[in-house]
Design a protein around this ligand. Structure first.
Ligand SMILES: [Zn+2]
Length: 243
């Protein structure tokens, strides 16, 4: 392979490794943020649950107050019942008394249910706190691991960047610019091989990046000249496969 195209092919190989190493470094740094986000999510869930508990308790307190005032009412009605002067008065007081008692029994049931809800939610809160404690302990480990791994990955990226600069040195600026632009468009894949399909009579060619067909003229140009040929569909730089 001629020198410009072989240079670009070499640069492509370094570019792919450099991008992979940079992505690994970014993932490594992100792992701490991911873990911090997990803890924040639990923290939000805990706050929401606590608020729920608070509201349920308030509601329960309100019902408790109502229950007490009705109890006082019942006591008053009982006293009045004893002092009733007529059967009619007695009957109406008794009805009132029974209505209050029935209402109170309903209130008691409601209060019990609310207290059960509070218990369930409290248990839920305890569970969230336990999960958060685990995740906080993990965060320290994740942070430590990420710091250690980052140092190593940064060294790798620096070394690969030097290799990249080296590979790019002999490539003319205008072609390097094309390479970088296409690499940015296709996540680092600027140079692709032409795929060849042989049939009994003819050979057909396609772009190894987008799989659209490549003309025989293009292939001929690649075989005979050391020039950049780009896929007419995706604009990637085409090279012939070494085999
Ligand atoms: Zn293409």
């Amino acid at each position: 392979m001629s020198s410009l195209l072989s240079g670009l092919t070499k640069l492509q190989s370094v570019e792919s490794r450099l991008r992979a190493a940079k992505a690994k470094l970014a993932r490594c740094r992100r792992s701490v943020v991911v873990q911090e986000n997990r803890i924040r999510t639990e923290q939000n869930a805990l706050e929401a649950k606590k608020e729920e508990v608070q509201l349920t308790k308030l509601q329960s307190d309100r019902l408790e107050l109502e229950l007490r005032s009705r109890d006082a009412e019942i006591a008053k009605l009982r006293a009045a019942l004893n002092g009733a002067k007529t059967n009619k008065e007695y009957a109406s007081l008794l009805t009132l008394l029974n209505t209050n008692k029935a209402d109170n029994s309903k209130l008691e049931t409601q209060i019990l249910e609310l207290m059960r809800d509070v218990e369930t939610d409290q248990a839920e809160c305890d569970k969230i706190v336990a999960t958060m404690d685990e995740q906080k302990a993990q965060l320290d480990k994740v942070r430590h691991d990420a710091e250690v791994a980052s140092v190593k990955l940064e060294e790798e990226v620096t070394a690969m960047q030097a290799e990249w600069d080296d590979a790019a040195r002999d490539i003319p600026a205008e072609f390097l610019e094309t390479f970088n632009r296409v690499a940015d468009t296709y996540d680092g894949e600027a140079v692709v091989e032409v795929d060849t399909q042989h049939s009994s009579k003819t050979s057909s060619y396609s772009c190894g990046g987008c799989f659209m067909s490549v003309t025989a003229e293009c292939v001929n140009q690649l075989m005979t000249r050391d020039e950049i040929v780009r896929c007419s569909n995706c604009t990637r730089i085409l090279v012939l496969s070494k085999s």
